[in-house]
Ligand binder design. Structure first.
Ligand code: GBH
Length: 488
């Protein structure tokens, strides 16, 4: 375990929340149990050709649907105070809307009550990509404004049932991802008449409306937990000091973080460069909608794994914008993890996860940038961060697999980066390690291992990895609140 050297000027202030995270389709399994309806991910994984590596599916996952009590006990025993998970919409509403499945609600009653019994505070995401299939087939899912009413009806049931047992609510996870790869796979679903390249902007538009309506509903129901949504991204470093690269970087902020953050944290509307484009699609918010959206988050929850260099495309931004057949249109920016001298931005994660580098040096700057650009009264939460390791074929024994020096280094450096940011006046209020255990890494199947616990996918036995202790130790050394193991 790399020793954490105590720096007296660093601390996680009292009330700082920290824990581990997961998502329903990635861990639950039990795909046909207790009335669960299909989600789009059941189709993605079961169609021929499957979109997942090795045709992996979430049918069994980590079998968490049946093992959640031990999973909660295992994190409580280390003193982890928060657990962030998602609820499966198609368990609660097998058809996306209409009849509610009481068995699913009872399951989540027990999951949440088990957390509370163990002193672990549950944090709930309503939508982590597993859209009920019927809504996709009926009207194209997030491509249609009809989704707003159905999402809010779902939120109402979940808010009503679990009300004040939940400390933090997240409406949706990473809209850039589930909208940007939408529909996935292309042309599979009916009721889609929008050009492929533009679908993500329609999806995003409806996400902003659905999130905002759900936020307002939660407030009107008197929930005392925070409500926010989770976005994702990282620091955008100009590749060179050219004016064109600076412009490309600003466009990248607008088309990534700004797409969702400007409407919610600034003024109810899209950022300049994105607005220029989506207004050509007729995607403009009315004055009422802007008022609805503005201010609908109690904190800035960002999944910030890594950072990249950004630059103008070949030929420059202006030429790209003048040529709508340019593959980078309409964003007209490019990114890389390699600097002009040929150096990687940081050590690379596993071979299956080329987007992820250990680029934690940029984290304090990034958190500062978020605070300065999108002031949020409730502060900033790093709602996911994590590392993919090991190459299991290089680590054939269980002992080797549980020794994960790359992830240990990632968590040590990342926790120090958060401490630096806090010591420099950035209001970071919490962080959540991705993930509680190895799981289905979406299209990459079970190959990438993001867990701070190992899962044997034959026996479903879980084991702590060394990095889990690195992560917990950061709070033993630096948190003002004590780390209290809870054993029942
Ligand atoms: C999170 O997304 C997800 O919320 C979580 O479910 C997932 O398990 C976790 O990350 C680990 O991946 O292949 O070059 O097109 C993180 C943000 C956005 C990172 C999409 C990967 C694809 C990059 N992800 N991105 S690329």
């Amino acid at each position: 375990n790399p020793a954490i050297m105590k720096n007296e000027s660093w601390k996680f202030p009292s009330g700082f929340f920290w824990g581990v995270a997961s998502a329903a389709y990635q861990i639950e399994g039990a795909a046909q149990a207790e009335g669960r309806g299909p989600s789009v991910w059941d189709v993605f994984t079961h169609r021929s050709t499957s979109i997942t590596v090795n045709n992996d599916t979430g049918d069994v996952g980590c079998n968490e649907y049946y093992l959640y009590k031990q999973d909660i006990a295992r994190i409580a025993a280390l003193g982890v105070p928060y657990y962030s998970f998602s609820i499966s919409w198609s368990r609660v509403f097998p058809y996306g809307k209409g009849p509610v499945n009481e068995l699913a609600l009872q399951h989540y009653d027990d999951l949440i009550d088990t957390c509370l019994q163990y002193g672990v505070k549950p944090m709930v995401t309503l939508f982590h990509w597993d859209l009920p299939l019927y809504l996709q087939n009926e009207y194209g899912g997030w491509l249609s404004e009809e989704i707003v009413g159905d999402f809010v009806a779902y939120a109402k049931v979940v808010f009503g049932r679990y009300g004040n047992k939940v400390s933090h609510w997240f409406t949706v996870n990473e809209p850039i991802v589930f909208c940007g790869e939408y529909p996935y796979p292309k042309n599979y679903f009916s009721a889609v008449t929008i050009a492929d390249a533009d679908q993500k902007y329609f999806c995003g538009h409806h996400v902003l409306l659905a999130h905002s309506e759900a936020y307002r509903l939660g407030k009107s129901m008197g929930l005392n937990g925070t409500i926010a949504f989770k976005t994702n991204g990282g620091y955008k470093i100009p590749l060179t000091n050219s004016t064109d690269d600076a412009l490309a970087v600003q466009r990248a902020w607008d088309f990534n973080e700004g797409w969702f953050a400007n409407p919610v944290y600034l003024n109810g509307d899209y950022p300049t460069y994105l607005k220029d484009y989506v207004s050509t699609l007729g995607l403009e918010f009315t004055a009422d909608q802007k008022a609805l959206i503005n201010g609908t988050a109690d904190l800035f929850a960002h999944d910030a794994y890594t950072s990249s260099f950004y630059m103008a495309p070949d030929g420059g931004v202006a030429a790209c914008l003048a040529n709508s057949s340019n593959t980078l249109y309409p964003g007209c920016f490019n990114s890389t993890n390699v600097n002009p001298a040929g150096w990687n931005i940081g050590p690379a994660a596993d071979i299956y996860t080329p987007w992820l580098n250990l680029a934690t040096d940029w984290v304090p700057l990034f958190l500062r940038y978020i605070q300065d650009t999108w002031p949020s009264a409730g502060g900033i939460a790093v709602s996911e961060f994590g590392w993919a390791e090991p190459f299991e074929h290089l680590k054939p024994t269980k002992v080797d697999i549980l020794y994960d020096p790359g992830r240990m280094m990632y968590y040590k450096n990342y926790m120090e980066a958060i401490l630096i940011a806090i010591s420099e006046g950035v209001n970071v209020v919490g962080c959540l390690a991705w993930s509680i255990m190895d799981n289905l890494e979406w299209a990459d199947g079970y190959l990438p291992k993001f867990g701070v616990q190992y899962v044997n996918f034959t026996t479903f036995e879980r084991s702590y990895k060394a990095s889990f202790f690195t992560y917990v130790d950061a709070f033993k050394v630096y948190a003002e609140d004590p780390v209290v193991p809870v054993l029942i």
